[in-house]
Design a protein around this ligand. Structure first.
Ligand code: IMP
Ligand code: MG
Length: 187
């Protein structure tokens, strides 16, 4: 698996320090809220980030999951968002939702998800992403919390996949270009 990686972009140690600093900010910002804090994990790419981040947040919280897909060619998102698994909570009037996302690319997923959750009646909706590729934005969207900005490269590891693989790498890496070619032949 590691031989498919051209280079490591963000090491385990760097990820650890990024999640610590995000958790500290989140703790500080929400500690005086009288509402319930719900961390909403966008499946599946955010599960590793979510698991690490939530352990470092020092205030009471609950967790929920949603599954959203954006259709498109292999490494390009399409802009068409489909909710495959919705948030199963009726009353969100006392809930601060913090969406936990692995990466923002076009911005379509998070901008649509934010609108969807506000429409469902959430008291507040904010977003926290581990990675951001602002150079690829198609819609005007800025996350409330961002781990780090990365260049326009397709990355895998720490939850992020290429064709469902590489999620279990402990670091964020850039795939070798020939891996795309190989996969296109096989799939
Ligand atoms: P957006 O809607 O274009 O912002 O796309 C966000 C989603 O695209 C993320 O949740 C990822 O699932 C996927 N994605 C975008 N860039 C990458 C990448 O470099 N590696 C893996 N998945 C990515
Ligand atoms: Mg993905």
């Amino acid at each position: 698996m590691k031989d498919c990686i051209e280079r490591i972009l963000i090491s385990e140690e760097e990820i650890d320090s990024i999640t610590s600093s995000l958790a500290e900010k989140i703790t500080e910002d929400y500690k005086n809220s009288e509402r319930e804090l719900v961390l909403l994990c966008v499946l599946k790419g955010s599960i590793v980030f979510m698991a690490d981040l939530m352990k470092k947040i020092q205030i009471p919280l609950e967790v929920e999951t949603m599954k959203v897909s954006s259709y498109g060619a292999e490494t390009v998102s399409s802009g068409i968002i489909k909710i495959q698994l919705d948030l199963c909570r009726d009353d969100l009037s006392n809930v601060d939702i913090l969406i936990i996302e692995d990466i923002i690319d076009s911005g379509n997923t998070l901008s649509k998800l934010t609108k969807h959750l506000l429409k469902k009646g959430a008291a507040s909706v904010k977003t926290c992403t581990l990675l951001d590729k602002p150079s690829r934005r198609e819609v005007d969207f800025k996350p409330d919390y961002c781990g780090t900005v990365i260049p326009d490269e397709f990355v895998v590891g720490y939850g992020l996949d290429y064709n469902e693989k590489f999620r279990n790498l402990p670091f964020i890496g850039i795939l070798k270009p020939e891996v795309y070619g190989k996969s296109a032949e096989n799939d």
